[in-house]
Design a protein around this ligand. Structure first.
Ligand SMILES: [Zn+2]
Length: 76
């Protein structure tokens, strides 16, 4: 097995504007100075498991509230 990528290579992205290499934590290309939207930020913005759990709980509570309203309306 010969799979030894350098650490720098692993953290580079190709600029969509000029096609040159830029580091993936950069928000703008060092070559053409245009905005970079890197995968680094996409993963950083991903929901944490706790956040997802909280969202599920909120969704369940709101569903219960809607169900309660429907039941109350049919009773009244
Ligand atoms: Zn560029």
């Amino acid at each position: 097995m010969k799979e030894k990528k350098s650490s720098i290579e692993k953290h580079t992205v190709t600029c969509p504007h000029c096609g040159k290499k830029a580091l993936d934590h950069m928000t703008s290309c060092p070559h053409c100075k245009r905005e970079l939207k890197s995968a680094y930020y996409d993963t950083a913005n991903m929901d944490s498991p706790q956040r997802r759990k909280l969202r599920v709980i909120i969704l369940a509570i709101s569903l219960l509230a809607v169900a309660a309203i429907i039941v109350l309306k049919s009773v009244l």
